[in-house]
Design a protein around this ligand. Structure first.
Ligand code: NAI
Length: 343
């Protein structure tokens, strides 16, 4: 039976990287029925809706999405499509694993770090208005419900995956009420997981600590805006934004997308690195229960990074194009046994 998946190619480099990844997914032999939709500016041009209602109906049905980046205008224009979808489908957890790929030299080898970002509230919700000309107000809303929910997800994941430490990241020295509430919820949940060491770090110190020694952390749980910023910082440990996957997870629905954005500086040139979306799609395959195919994709990807460096894209030192890289992964996927790589 084919998996029905809602596909949002996005804009900028989105259609290039998502297109490449769809080819790899189809080459696994797993059957998909893609329901593909534009979102953002492109959708508005065609349908006068930033999120076409067909797209939300599709996600309500399929409950699984694979998404490319969507440009959000800066300092004006329409609100973020990404934020709207996360809110609409209560995708409360943004899961972002940070680990090195074989053969990519970085300043920090052997990084293995999990970022768990609350995905529905805080300043990132973008609730703001002009009070009077020259004065604007931006509301940071933190709730016990969302803070407890994300802390619980983080600790459950840590228990399941035998992670040893969870750190809650905050700024409760200044935002005593909002980040204070986030911390109180994290502490209460932490008590139920005595086998996991619980720590708390202030967000600015965390940035310094990460750059000095990322190995001191295991899993970081934090509110939305801190997670947004710290994810990009951590992507640099392993080779940059072209590599790091993500999953927006709710109880009912999941949308898989890379950490990176639409990268307008390199769009339309067939040079963007599809690895981040590819790794997100491997998370999606596991979510769909296609474990063998996910392992094959992982093995093919690792093989290209290990041995076919000329096929890698420019951001990671190669000279290959987006599509050449995808071709190389497809070829390697069929040559290397799935067990050749850790999943
Ligand atoms: P960005 O992530 O698009 O780009 C930052 C830098 O990383 C650029 O130099 C870019 O060339 C590079 N980069 C990103 N992805 C890459 C890839 N796959 N391969 C090679 N290099 C890559 O961040 P930026 O420029 O801050 O944002 C651009 C737009 O993307 C904005 O409108 C922003 O709102 C949107 N955005 C959308 C996201 C989403 O849809 N989930 C997430 C982040 C940003």
């Amino acid at each position: 039976m084919a998996h029905k998946v809602t596909l949002i190619p996005g804009d900028g480099i989105g259609p290039e990287v998502v297109g490449a990844v769809v080819r790899v997914l189809e080459a696994t032999g797993v059957k998909f029925e893609w329901e593909s939709f534009a979102a953002g500016a492109e959708a508005y041009e065609k349908f006068h809706e930033y999120i076409p209602h067909e797209l939300t109906e599709s996600l309500e049905r399929t409950k699984v999405g694979l998404k490319g980046p969507v440009t959000t205008p800066i300092g004006g224009g329409f609100p973020s499509i990404n934020v709207a979808l996360r809110k609409k489908f209560e995708l409360f957890c943004n899961f972002r694993p940070i680990y090195n790929l074989p053969g990519i030299p970085t300043r920090y080898p052997g990084v293995d770090l999990i970022i768990v970002r609350e995905n529905t509230e805080s300043l990132y919700a973008g609730i703001e208005h002009e009070v009077v000309p020259g004065v604007v107000e931006s509301l940071k809303i933190i709730t016990e419900k969302a803070s407890t929910r994300i802390a619980r997800w983080a600790f459950e994941y840590a228990r399941r995956e035998k992670r040893k430490k969870v750190h809650a990241i905050h700024k409760a020295n200044i935002m005593k009420l909002s980040d204070g509430l986030f911390l109180r919820c994290s502490r209460a949940v932490a008590k139920e997981y005595p086998e996991i060491t619980y720590g708390e770090h202030i967000v600015d110190n965390t940035c310094m600590q990460l750059v000095m020694n990322p190995y001191q952390y295991d899993l970081l749980v934090m509110e939305n805006l801190y997670g947004d910023i710290i994810s990009d910082l951590c992507s640099a440990f392993v080779g940059g934004l072209g590599l790091v996957p993500g999953a927006n997870l709710g109880h009912e629905c999941a949308i898989f997308e890379a950490v990176h954005g639409s990268a307008p500086d390199i769009a339309g040139k067939n040079i963007a690195n599809p690895t981040a979306v590819l790794q997100s799609s491997i998370l999606m395959m596991r979510h769909l229960g296609e474990i063998e195919a996910a392992d094959r994709m992982r093995a093919g990807l690792d093989e290209v990074y290990r041995r076919k460096k000329d096929k890698l894209t420019k951001d990671v030192g190669g000279s290959g194009t987006t599509s050449e890289f995808a071709d190389a992964v497809m070829e390697a996927m069929h040559q290397v046994p799935a067990s050749a790589s850790a999943s």
